[in-house]
Every structure is written in C-alpha cells, then in structure tokens.
Design a protein around this ligand. Structure first.
Ligand code: FPP
Length: 235
C-alpha cells in the first residue's frame, strides 16, 4: 500500500448491522455486537496505513426514534466500548474525540466519553471521532447558536464570517475536511452525516453489511480512492 496516497480523514457510515443480524435469524442487537468487532479492525488498519483521522457514525440524532430497547442497547454498548478500548487505543496512539450534541445523550455515556477523551488526549498517531447523538444539520445550527451568543456578548462584531472562522464553532473545531467517505450496506446517501466537512469528499458505497467488512475492505477503498481525480471545483 506504500505507493498509494492516503486520505488524511476517512469518515464511515457503518450501516447494515440490523439487516446482517436478521438475515442470520438473530436479534438486531447481535448485528451491533458484530459491528463493534468490525470497527476495531478498521481502527487498527487505519493506524497501520497512516491515516490521520477517522470518523465513525455511531448514533445519529434520528436514531432516538428506534425502539427503546435498541436505543438502550446502543447506549450500553457505547459505554462498554469506551471502557474497553482505553488500553488498546493508548498502545496504538489513538486519540478519541466525541462529536455530537449533549442534549438527550445519556449522562453515563457522556461520562465514559469524557474519561476516554482525557485518557487518550496525548495520543498523536490517529484521531478517532465517535459521532454519537450527531446530526450534520444540528451541528451547523449549534455552531450558529454559539456564534449568535458571541455576537450578543459583543465577542464577535464582524458583519461577515469566513469558513475558517465558522469552523471554530463546530463540535470538533480541529476536524479536517473529509477526504473519503465510505458507507456500507448498499444505501447511497449521506443521512445527515458531517454535512459541512463532506463538501469535497470522495464517496464510496459498498454492498457489504458493516459486520462483514474488515481492514482489507478499508485497503480496497483506499485503492479506489487513488483511482479518483480530485478537482475541488477546478478543471
Ligand atoms: C447502523 O446499522 C449502525 C448503527 C446505528 C450503530 C452502529 C454502532 C456500533 C457498531 C457500535 C459502536 C459504538 C461505539 C460507541 C463506537 P443499522 O442498525 O442501521 O442497520 P440496518 O440498516 O440494517 O437496520
């Protein structure tokens, strides 16, 4: 893989856990458990390949409409994962950042997120953004709300704002623009994911369900990314 150009930021919509499980006669939640294993494989591969930042869409602002038991399961598995990955991420040099809205997110999940963020804050090989209780539109609206507060307090008095200045108000102000977005499981849409940061991302849609993917899948996506020509609006 060495001769290939690495995308600096890869964002992933881990879709198809539920369908994967149902197809096997299992509960949907078994799909999320299998999905957790795939996630760890992608993180390991990302570090190996030298990718600087990866974002995973873990729970969207729309996912609250799922059954109460599935929501509870997703909150619980998030906590479990945050508790489990600490030592492994420290050894890998992976820094965790939470990206999302506080309102409604379980306090116990927030507390685990704070712990893992704190534990890994000096890791500098790769940053993993967990997008939990995340929505792209909410992120933009929350950024505007923070900006309006500054305007009201007299801390922001310009009549124009640049893209660079606006980024400061996003959930993770140091998040890079996404170079490559990958979505599994056949659906070809963005589903309110990183709307601002995806502006010039290359997109790859895979038919495989998320639990059926692994590090090799990521490698194949990088190879495809290298076959694309990125023009950023130029000719
Ligand atoms: C999409 O599949 C997957 C999710 C909504 C949850 C993904 C969560 C994990 C893999 C656990 C990881 C958690 C953390 C905190 C890292 P779906 O349920 O929408 O599948 P379907 O489209 O087949 O119904």
């Amino acid at each position: 893989m060495n001769e290939l150009e690495m995308p600096k930021h890869v964002a992933v919509v881990m879709d198809g856990n539920g369908r994967w499980a149902i197809k096997r006669g299992l509960e949907r939640t078994a799909g999320h458990e299998a999905g957790e294993k795939a996630l760890m494989k992608w993180v390991h591969e990302g570090v190996k390949l030298g990718i600087e930042e990866m974002s995973f869409y873990t729970f969207s602002t729309e996912n609250w409409t799922r059954s109460p038991s599935e929501v509870r399961f997703l909150m619980d598995i998030s906590k479990k994962i945050m508790r489990m990955i600490g030592p492994e991420f420290l050894e890998l040099g992976v820094r965790v950042k939470w990206v999302g809205r506080r309102t409604r997110l379980w306090k116990s999940v927030l507390s685990e997120l704070e712990k893992i963020q704190n534990l890994t804050k000096n890791c500098d090989k790769m940053t993993v953004n967990f997008c939990i209780n995340y929505g792209g539109r909410s992120e933009i609206l929350d950024a505007i709300t923070s900006l309006l507060k500054e305007v009201q307090n007299g801390e922001f008095s310009n009549t124009k704002i640049t893209q660079k200045q606006f980024k400061k108000y996003m959930y993770n102000s140091s998040m890079r623009d996404v170079d490559l977005m990958i979505r599994t499981s056949g659906e070809q849409r963005i589903s309110n994911f990183l709307l601002w940061q995806l502006a010039y991302a290359e997109m790859i849609f895979l038919d495989d369900a998320w639990p059926d993917t692994d590090g090799q899948t990521l490698q194949q996506c990088i190879a495809e990314y290298n076959r694309r020509t990125r023009r950023f609006g130029a000719v």
